[in-house]
Design a protein around this ligand. Structure first.
Ligand code: ADP
Ligand code: MG
Length: 696
C-alpha cells in the first residue's frame, strides 16, 4: 500500500507539479495569472499545455476534457482524445495551448434561460487556471468557465469568479484604511457533505427513488433516529469499505477529505473536507459528490444526495463554512490589538448588513424542490434567514448599539464611547445548531444549503453582498485617518448594527414562536421555491449584481428562468411518478390483498358458520375505504396536474405546483401510507422504510 502522502494530489496538476514540470519563466507567469489574475499569453499556454499533456500521458490519460458547470449545477464533460493522426498512417499525441485555453462543446442542450437560441448552439469554455487540472478515469479534466459567444455566462463558475474579484477589491479598500498593503484576498469554503447509503437492490425496486431521488411514499419505520444510536456510531463494514475507497480516490484528486462519520439519521453519513479557496472548494465538492455516486456501486450501494429522501427522517444538508482570508490571515479572527479588533468589527458588521439586506437572495440561492421538504422540518433551519453570533459577540453588539460599557468574560471593561477597543475573547463554542447562519469562531456556517445544491450561487451572493457592505464602509470613510477614522468607524458600526439588529437571533430557530417573532421583525419567510425565486429578479438584486459586475440584468433573468423551469420539471416528474406508482403498484397490490381477505372471510364462514370474522371484516372495510380515498386523491391530482401543464407562465406554473399540487400529493401519500401498515408484507409492492434504512 502506498502511503497517503504519496497518493495525495498524485492526479492533480498542482503548483508542486507545475514547478517540477514547467520552465521557470513559464511557471512564474502562470503563477501571476493564478494569483494576480493577469492575462495568459498564448505562448505560455502552449508550454503549459505540452507539460500537462506529457504529465497526463505518463499517468495513463488518453483523453482531455473541459470540465464545466452548466446551469443544471452538475458538472459536464465531453472527452477528446489527444490522438492526432499523421500522414503516414501513424498517430502522435498532441494538445495545444489553444485547446487548453478554449473549447467549443456542442452544448445546445444545456439550459440557458433563453440566452442562447438553440439554433446557434455555440457556447465556449475557457480555462480557469485558478482551479487545478486533474486526471479522472484516464481523462485530463481542465476546469473551465462556460460562456456564450456574446460573452454571457452560461455557468455557475463565471459569476462566482467575478464575485471573488468584487469582494477582493472592496476588502482591499477597507484594509487600506487600516494601513494594510494590497492583499490577495480570497473567500474560503469548507463544504460538509451529508448523504445516505442504501442497498442497490432495494433502490432498484423503488421507482420514486430511481426517478426522483426520494421516496414519494413510505410509512415511518418502527424506529427512527430517537435512540441516536447511529450518530457517530461505529461505521459498518460495507460502509467502511466504501468510505476507504472514496478517501483514496479523493486524496489522489487532491481533495482533502478529512472527517467521515455517521450522521443522526439511520443510513446517513457525512464527509467534511479541509477548507480551501471557494472556487476550488466547489470544484472539489462536485468531484466528491460524483465519486460518491460512482463508487457506491462497487459496494452494492446507492448514494442518495437528495435533500430529503425519507419523510420524517432528517434530510441531508451541505453546511457552507465561509470566511475571508488574506494570505495566512483570517479576516474573521478577532485580532491581537485594539485596531485589529476594530477591523474585525468592521468585517463582522459587513456580514450582518449583507445577510440582512440580501436575506431573500440567500434563501433563494438554496431553493429547490428537494430543499423545500427539508427547510423548516424541525431538523434543519427554517426558511427564515437569521444570524447567530454567540453570547460574547452578542453582548459586544448590544453594548455598541446602546453605547454602554462592555465587560468581557475576562472582565476587561471596554469603553465603546472612545476610539479604543481592548482585546476581547470570542466564545467560539457554537451551541446553537438551529441557526441558519452561525458565527463559529472565525467563520460563518450557512446551514440552509441542501446536500444536492451547487454552492456557487450562495457563495456568489455572499461575496457580492459582502462587497457591497465593504464598499459602503470604504465610501463613507475615504479621506479619514487616525483618530478621526477610528471614531467615525465606530459610529458607522453602531449605526449599521442598529439598522440590522433584527437579523440577529440567538434563540431556537426550530421553534414555532420564532416564525411569529420573525414576522414581527419583518424578516422574509419564503417556504417554497416558487415563493423564493422571484427575489432574484427584484430591482435591488439586479442592481447589486450589476454594480459589482457579477451578473448583467440579462444574465440574472436567464438564471431565474432556468431555476423556474427546473423546479417545474422536477415537480412534473414527481407528480407523474406518483400517479404511476399508485396505479400500477399500490392499487393493484391493495386490491389483491383485499380480495384475499374477502376470500378468507367467505372460506371461514363456510367452514365454521359461527366463527367470528369481525376482525377480517373490519380490515376489509378499511382496505376498501382506503382504496376509495386513494382513488379520489389520484383523480384530483390527475386533473390539477393536467391543468397545470397547460399554464404557459412559468412562475404561475411554479406557484400552482407549490400551493395546489403539493397539498394533493401529500394527501395521496398519506392515504397510501395509511394502508402500508394494514397490508400483508408479502403483498406490499416496494421495500419499506424498515427495509431501506436498517439493512446496509
Ligand atoms: P461542524 O461542527 O459543523 O461539523 P467541523 O469543524 O467538522 O464543523 O467542520 C467545519 C468545516 O469548516 C470544515 O470543513 C473546515 O475545513 C471548515 N473551516 C474551518 N475553518 C474555515 C475557514 N477559515 N474558512 C472556511 N471554512 C473553514
Ligand atoms: Mg457543520
Amino acid at each position: 500500500m502506498a502511503m497517503v502522502s504519496e497518493i495525495y494530489g498524485s492526479m492533480v496538476f498542482n503548483e508542486h507539479t507545475m514547478q517540477e514540470r514547467l520552465p521557470s519563466a513559464t511557471y512564474k507567469s502562470l503563477l501571476k495569472t493564478i494569483k494576480e489574475g493577469q492575462p495568459l499569453e498564448i505562448e505560455v499556454a502552449n508550454v503549459v499545455a505540452h507539460a500537462m499533456k506529457e504529465w497526463a500521458i505518463e499517468k495513463g490519460a488518453t483523453h482531455f476534457t473541459h470540465w464545466f458547470q452548466p446551469l443544471t449545477g452538475i458538472t459536464s464533460e465531453k472527452h477528446d482524445s489527444f490522438l492526432d493522426p499523421t500522414d503516414d498512417g501513424r498517430a502522435i499525441m498532441s494538445f495545444s495551448g489553444k485547446e487548453l485555453i478554449q473549447g467549443e462543446p456542442d452544448a445546445s442542450s444545456f439550459p440557458s434561460g433563453g440566452l442562447r437560441a438553440t439554433f446557434e448552439a455555440r457556447g465556449y469554455t475557457a480555462w480557469d487556471p485558478t482551479s487545478y487540472a486533474f486526471i479522472k478515469d484516464e481523462v485530463l479534466c481542465i476546469p473551465t468557465a462556460f460562456c456564450s459567444y456574446t460573452g454571457e455566462a452560461l455557468d455557475k463558475k463565471t459569476p462566482l469568479l467575478r464575485s471573488m474579484h468584487a469582494v477582493e477589491e472592496q476588502a482591499n479598500r477597507v484594509l487600506a484604511l487600516f494601513g494594510w498593503e494590497r492583499q490577495h484576498i480570497v473567500p474560503t469554503l469548507g463544504a460538509e457533505q451529508e448523504y445516505f447509503l442504501i442497498s442497490e437492490k432495494d433502490y432498484a425496486k423503488r421507482q420514486d427513488l430511481v426517478m426522483c431521488g426520494r421516496t414519494l411514499f413510505g410509512y415511518a419505520p418502527c424506529k427512527g433516529q430517537e435512540l441516536e444510536e447511529h450518530y457517530f456510531g461505529a461505521i459498518r463494514p460495507t460502509v467502511n469499505e466504501f468510505m476507504k475507497e472514496l478517501d483514496d480516490e479523493l486524496w489522489a484528486l487532491g481533495v482533502s477529505a478529512r472527517t467521515k462519520h455517521n450522521e443522526v439519521a439511520p443510513a446517513q453519513h457525512e464527509l467534511a473536507p479541509i477548507f480551501t479557496n471557494v472556487n476550488r472548494a466547489i470544484d472539489e465538492n462536485l468531484l466528491t459528490m460524483e465519486k460518491m455516486r460512482l463508487l457506491a456501486s462497487h459496494h452494492g450501494l446507492v448514494c442518495l444526495q437528495h435533500e430529503k429522501p425519507f419523510d420524517g427522517i432528517n434530510g441531508s444538508g451541505k453546511h457552507n463554512n465561509w470566511s475571508l482570508s488574506a494570505g495566512k490571515k483570517n479576516l474573521f479572527d478577532p485580532g491581537e490589538s485594539p485596531m485589529d479588533n476594530l477591523r474585525f468589527l468592521v468585517f463582522l458588521t459587513g456580514v450582518i448588513q449583507a445577510v440582512d439586506d440580501y436575506q431573500e437572495l440567500l434563501r433563494m440561492s438554496v431553493a429547490s424542490a428537494g430543499n423545500d421538504h427539508r427547510l423548516g422540518a424541525h431538523e434543519a433551519p427554517p426558511a427564515i434567514v437569521s444570524i447567530f453570533l454567540g453570547d460574547e459577540l452578542d453582548a459586544i453588539v448590544d453594548a455598541l448599539i446602546d453605547g454602554h460599557e462592555y465587560a468581557s468574560a475576562e472582565k476587561v471593561a471596554m469603553d465603546l464611547g472612545v476610539a479604543v477597543l481592548p482585546n476581547f475573547l470570542i466564545d467560539n463554542t457554537d451551541r446553537n445548531r438551529t441557526s441558519p447562519f452561525a458565527f463559529t469562531g472565525n467563520k460563518f456556517e450557512f446551514r440552509m444549503p441542501g446536500s444536492a445544491v451547487n454552492l456557487s450561487d450562495c457563495n456568489m451572493i455572499l461575496n457580492t453582498a459582502m462587497a457591497k457592505s465593504l464598499k459602503d464602509f470604504a465610501d463613507a470613510m475615504e479621506g479619514k485617518a487616525g483618530e478621526e477614522f477610528e471614531a467615525a468607524a465606530i459610529d458607522y458600526i453602531r449605526e449599521t448594527l442598529k439598522r440590522h439588529q433584527r437579523i440577529i437571533f440567538n434563540g431556537n430557530g426550530y421553534a414555532d414562536e420564532w416564525q411569529e417573532e420573525a414576522a414581527r421583525r419583518g424578516l422574509a419567510n419564503h417556504r417554497t421555491t416558487a415563493d423564493a425565486l422571484p427575489c432574484l429578479v427584484a430591482p435591488e438584486s439586479i442592481e447589486l449584481f450589476e454594480t459589482f459586475g457579477v451578473l448583467t440584468e440579462t444574465e440574472v433573468r436567464s438564471r431565474y428562468e432556468v431555476k423556474l423551469e427546473k423546479y417545474n420539471k422536477l415537480m412534473n416528474i414527481e407528480a407523474r411518478t406518483m400517479k404511476r406508482m399508485v396505479r400500477r403498484a399500490y392499487l393493484p397490490a391493495i386490491n389483491s390483498y383485499a380480495a384475499e381477505v374477502a376470500r378468507n372471510i367467505t372460506a371461514i364462514r363456510a367452514a365454521s358458520p359461527t366463527a367470528s370474522v369481525d376482525q377480517q371484516e373490519e380490515l376489509l372495510r378499511r382496505l376498501t375505504e382506503g382504496v376509495r380515498e386513494i382513488d379520489a386523491h389520484l383523480r384530483a391530482l390527475g386533473k390539477r396536474h393536467h391543468e397545470t401543464l397547460e399554464i404557459s407562465d412559468e412562475q404561475k406554473k411554479a406557484d400552482t405546483y407549490a400551493h395546489e399540487i403539493v397539498p394533493i400529493m401529500d394527501k395521496l401519500r398519506a392515504a397510501v401510507d395509511g394502508l402500508e401498515v394494514l397490508v400483508d408484507r408479502d403483498h406490499w409492492p416496494v421495500p419499506t422504510y424498515n427495509d431501506l434504512l436498517f439493512y446496509v
